[in-house]
Design a protein around this ligand. Structure first.
Ligand SMILES: [Zn+2]
Length: 474
């Protein structure tokens, strides 16, 4: 535990991959897991004489991101060269926006323990991604894949307003939810579509200190949380022991759960920024902004409120559902077709559990939503037991089996209730003796056995009725 006398200052620089078909300055396709270096051209390979041409869709998505964050858009911004040498950067510079970014002054509202806090967004700028290096220890070689070089990114920079790891998690979740709602980015962290540099500093007097640790290139919420905890306690220990902290850049060692020092923080002058001579200033017309603004989606908070009033589900459930844009659309689709409260219960208790357990995307649920409605209806009509309905849902969601084939597979085995009832009676002489001895409750056990054999596809009342009939005749 760290001492409460310390104030924590956390800020994020988030790199968001914009959802375009092609790269930022050329026509190369944006893909994932394609053959290395197959999605490249003279522009993104940095060949001499090649010229960049700006992707309009990337700018529009950047504007949309800015509007979703309530930011002010600069009608005139510009691109700059950030110069540095690295093997994954064939041009030896990255095209980014330096002194005049696309947008400034946005807000992300976060809620922790019912306290609402505003995290200030300093700037949102557009830039291109670098390539990817792969190091092979067995071959003692490094490889470079430039498929990612030139992929459009929006960088979203906050002020160091965040004062705990929990707030940090809320901020990141909120940002991801908003960007997914706007279809600005898929924010798939495993594919590197949402990556963060985390700035953290601890001070004793509450003021923002000179020193700062920047933890680079984090793409997992869990690791960010671990890295923050580690770095905060490291800084506190250092301050306690009288050490003078400075600006430094760190990586995070996943195995050790610890940050490690990479280099002392470079300053802007090290990059020798200068205006990109091959691109004209970026002018965004107000009509374009207005059009994007008019087409902004319904946001998660208002969607959650609407679900409560329109479908009568609980606030708790509606907030969970509304946090995922795809899930909330699928919920609404189902809720319009059957009892919304039942639908919400199944979505929260079962669908989300399965998606999490099997690490599936919410889009897997979209594929089965029609049959999901049918499944819930059959369960409510007592045509399926709870166990079977759950088993079916899992098979539909995880294995891609169809409800029709699942129903067929069990119904053919379990049509003959009389036969099953007789089998159960033959297999359970003790329960029969009990029943005959006056312990009528043992019929419940027998009914249970029939249901088990019928794989839950029988009507328990009917099974009970048949058993009674047979038992009375014995
Ligand atoms: Zn290209």
């Amino acid at each position: 535990m760290h001492n409460t006398r310390y104030t924590i200052h956390i800020g994020f620089e988030t790199h968001l991959q914009l959802k375009t078909d092609s790269k930022m300055f050329c026509h190369c396709k944006v893909t994932f897991l394609e053959r290395p270096n197959s999605m490249t051209c003279p522009v993104c390979l940095g060949m001499p004489g090649s010229l960049p041409a700006l992707n309009r869709k990337a700018v529009e998505l950047g504007v949309k991101a800015a509007l979703l964050l309530g930011a002010r858009i600069n009608l005139r911004s510009k691109f700059d060269r950030k110069n540095y040498f690295y093997p994954d950067l064939p041009k030896n510079y990255q095209i980014t926006q330096y002194d005049i970014p696309l947008a400034t002054e946005g807000i992300v509202e976060i809620k922790t323990n019912d306290v609402v806090k505003k995290v200030f967004i300093q700037r949102i700028h557009l830039e291109e991604d670098a390539g990817k290096l792969m190091h092979s220890e067995t071959q003692n070689k490094s490889f470079v894949d430039l498929n990612r070089a030139g992929v459009p990114l929006a960088e979203i920079v906050t002020a160091p307003d965040i004062s705990s790891a929990d707030e940090a998690m809320e901020y990141l979740k909120r940002l991801k939810v908003l960007m997914r709602y706007g279809d600005v980015s898929n924010c798939d962290m495993e594919k590197g579509e949402f990556r963060c540099d985390v700035n953290v500093s601890v001070s004793k007097d509450g003021k923002l200190p000179e020193h700062k640790s920047e933890i680079k290139n984090m793409n997992s919420f869990r690791f960010i949380k671990q890295a923050l905890a580690y770095e905060i306690s490291r800084q506190i220990k250092a301050i306690e022991s009288g050490e003078v902290l400075t600006k430094k850049t760190f990586g995070f060692d996943v195995e050790k759960g610890a940050t490690f020092e990479m280099r002392s923080k470079e300053e802007a002058m090290d990059y020798r920024y200068f205006p990109e001579p091959d691109l004209s200033p970026l002018i965004v017309e107000t009509e374009v902004i207005d059009k994007i603004r008019q087409n902004l989606p319904e946001l998660p908070d208002s969607r959650a409120l609407r679900f409560v009033s329109e479908y009568g589900i609980s606030k708790y459930q509606s907030e969970i559902i509304a946090d995922d844009v795809v899930l909330s659309e699928d919920f609404e689709y189902c809720a319009k077709r059957y009892n919304p409260i039942n639908i919400a219960n199944w979505v929260i208790n079962d669908v989300l559990r399965l998606l999490e357990e099997f690490k599936l995307d919410t889009s897997s649920f979209s594929k089965i939503r029609d049959k999901f409605v049918e499944l819930v209806r059959m369960f409510n009509d007592k045509k399926l037991t709870n166990t079977v309905a759950k088993e079916f849902l899992q098979k539909m969601l995880v294995n891609g089996e169809t409800l029709d084939s699942l129903l067929k597979s069990v119904s053919s085995e379990s049509i003959d209730l009389d036969k099953i009832a007789n089998e159960v009676i033959n297999e359970n002489p003790k329960a029969i003796a009990d029943y005959k001895g006056g312990k009528t409750s043992s019929i419940k056990f027998l009914t249970g056995q029939v249901m088990k054999k019928a794989k839950g596809m029988a009507d328990p009342n009917k099974a009970n009725e048949i058993l009674e009939k047979i038992l009375k005749g014995l």
